[in-house]
Design a protein around this ligand. Structure first.
Ligand code: SF4
Ligand code: FES
Length: 266
């Protein structure tokens, strides 16, 4: 099949970007979206032009490094599918597609379709761990984990940190990501000793980035390739109120009351 791609090209963070249109021929339905871009990049390289920069690693929907907007939708039109797992058979011969990077102030464009998602790393650094000494593996069954807690933690741990939730949110909020990371540990017995500190510190770290706050649009859940549910945000808010009450800290002083959209104007 033949496609026309309108791709955002930007040399670096400080240089203005623009859309450039490229025709792509000989696209097989069995190719993944990234393999189709590999074909384009090979042609560009053969012509002596700069290939299109995009992030990828596992190409199996695990690492969370791929992802950009395809016709304005993070990861494209298939629900619960990362860009690397999106196959070209879901598009039609002659389609015109617009590809652009995540649009959020917290994720500055590094080059073309690549953005800097280190804001997520700083949120994780604030509490996405337990400090219990690891040592050798404990005796099986030493810590009993209720089935429901294990299931919730596993569902939350499915978050791959791709950033689609931020890109889709009109407020550029990272609540779904942060809720998944907090829930992953707060649901487990091993996460209880630092539960309150984790919740307060990760939300404070989130508030320190150029990220907005949740106003229940639900766009994050709609585009999340791992199906992280909105109810985790409700759980995060419950944990925040409890932690703030026990620590005698005012919740709104932690999370920030502003609901300003943080998307970049382009
Ligand atoms: S919550 Fe979903 S969309 Fe957001 S970073 Fe995690 S996997 Fe990606
Ligand atoms: S390349 Fe790893 S999730 Fe897409």
């Amino acid at each position: 099949m033949k496609l026309t791609l309108r791709i955002w090209r930007q040399k670096d963070t400080d240089t203005a970007g623009r859309f450039v249109t490229y025709p792509v021929d000989n696209v097989s339905g069995d190719m993944s979206f990234l393999e189709m871009l590999d074909v384009l990049n090979e042609e560009l390289t053969n012509r002596g032009e700069e290939p299109v920069a995009f992030e990828h690693d596992c190409r199996e929907g695990i690492c969370g490094s791929c992802g950009f907007l395809i016709d304005g939708v993070p990861h494209g039109p298939r629900r619960h599918t990362t860009t690397c797992q999106l196959h070209m058979r879901f598009f039609k011969d002659g389609d015109s597609l617009t590809l652009e990077p995540w649009r959020a102030k917290a994720f500055p464009v590094v080059r073309d379709l690549v953005v800097d998602r280190s804001a997520f790393d700083r949120i994780i650094q604030a509490g996405g761990y337990i400090t219990a000494p690891t040592g050798s593996a404990p005796e099986a069954g030493t810590i009993l984990v209720p089935k429901e807690a294990a299931d919730t933690a596993m569902d939350a741990a499915a978050c791959i940190g791709c950033g689609a939730c931020v890109a889709a949110c009109p407020n550029a909020a990272a609540m779904l990501f942060t809720a998944a990371k907090v829930t992953h540990l707060n649901a487990l017995p091993q996460g209880q000793p630092e539960r309150d500190a984790r919740t307060l510190n990760m939300i404070a770290a989130m508030a320190n980035e150029d990220l907005g706050s949740c106003t229940n649009h639900g766009e994050c859940e709609a585009v999340c390739p791992k199906g992280i549910p909105l109810e985790f945000i409700a759980g995060l808010n419950r944990d925040l109120i409890g932690a703030a009450f026990r620590r005698r800290r005012e919740p709104l002083a932690v999370v920030g009351a502003a609901q300003q959209p943080a998307h970049e104007d382009v």
